[in-house]
Design a protein around this ligand. Structure first.
Ligand code: ASP
Length: 325
């Protein structure tokens, strides 16, 4: 039976034509028409979603996409969902949707795609990426894998994927992990086990979570300033094995006491380790209450803290959630 796929189109580079005198933005339906009928592997329903360019993406739009993708599979019986997204923040939206997908991720494929070249560029990558993403979303092999990004025929797990090159069509990587699969012809070939599924979502995520990169000489007032401005949690990008400057420890201790969780990620690749297990001297922030981001990159840790906090969580909810990640 022909598979049914919902296409959520937020436009961006994949949809833009830029030649002088021919500037245009393609709708989801226009983009679908770029795929020759014999290469379309599913029955596709299109919904255009009003969205910012992805470099300016709002948490509200990200969460709208997450809700729609989940409902499409759980309530509307679609076999899969494809989301067209700008590439700059594709990895952030993909992971947030993954964390919010719950049982939807077990029943169908949820695939984000975009393009590095404009629609009217020579050898544009958009139509091919879209065709491959539709093939992936319709393939039963993706049920249970979780949200993936499909670009250049590769399938990258949302938890691992990152845009690592601002101009190349091979812009996306899961390194040090391999892509979980790839699209070949009209199907998916799985190449590696996907990451474990995250804990169940706790309702609507908290969108006011700050991400602060630490650096030698950082002023601790930055932490309290974001909380004064409304942040309900903070992710700090530290160095090495979750280290942050000692000048921040008192602020971390105070914020933890005020029930504002502080999660420490690292700018390096790290092992998937609980901060409490680090030897004395490493991960000092954990000793004053900080929560470890395990092996999540800083941006992904921010999405995770948004979900861990949910509508009314604090330090305890965040700590429990990250322990089960
Ligand atoms: N500048 C675009 C963005 O906001 C790039 C793209 O659309 O891929 O993501």
């Amino acid at each position: 039976m022909t598979k049914r796929v919902l296409l959520l189109a937020t436009k961006d580079t994949i949809a833009y034509s830029r030649r002088p005198g021919h500037e245009a933005i393609a709708s989801g339906a226009d983009l679908l028409k770029t795929i020759p009928a014999d290469l379309l592997t599913a029955d596709v329903t299109v919904e255009d979603v009003l969205a910012e360019p992805s470099w300016d993406m709002s948490p509200a739009t990200m969460l709208t996409l997450a809700r729609r993708a989940r409902a499409a599979i759980l309530d509307d019986s679609f076999d899969g969902v494809v989301i067209i997204h700008g590439t700059d923040t594709l990895e952030d939206t993909a992971f947030l949707i993954d964390l919010q997908a719950g049982p939807a991720a077990l029943h169908g494929g949820i695939v984000l795609t975009g393009a590095m070249r404009h629609l009217d560029d020579l050898s544009t990558d958009g139509p091919r990426n879209l065709a491959s993403a539709i093939t992936a979303a319709a393939d039963p092999a993706l049920a249970g894998v979780g949200v993936v990004a499909c670009l250049n025929d590769e399938l990258h797990a949302a938890r691992w994927v990152a845009k690592v090159d601002a101009t190349s069509v091979t812009a996306f990587s899961s390194a040090p992990h391999p892509p979980v699969g790839r699209v070949i012809g009209t199907g998916v070939e799985m190449l590696a086990p996907p990451p474990p599924r995250p804990p169940e979502p706790r309702g609507e995520p908290e969108s006011d979570v700050a991400l602060i990169k630490t650096y030698p000489g950082i002023d601790p007032v930055l932490l309290t300033a974001v909380v004064d401005a409304g942040a309900r949690g903070i992710v700090l990008e530290g160095t090495g094995m979750f280290n942050v400057p000692v000048s921040l420890l008192a602020a971390i201790s105070d914020l933890t006491e005020w029930d504002v969780p502080v999660v420490i990620a690292s700018r390096c690749r790290t092992r998937d380790i609980d901060l409490a297990e680090l030897p004395l001297g490493s991960g000092l922030a954990a000793k004053v209450g900080a929560i470890g981001a395990r092996s999540l990159a800083p941006g992904k840790a921010r999405s995770a803290l948004m979900v861990a906090l949910g509508p009314n969580g604090g330090v305890k909810a965040a700590r429990d959630w990250f322990q089960r990640l």
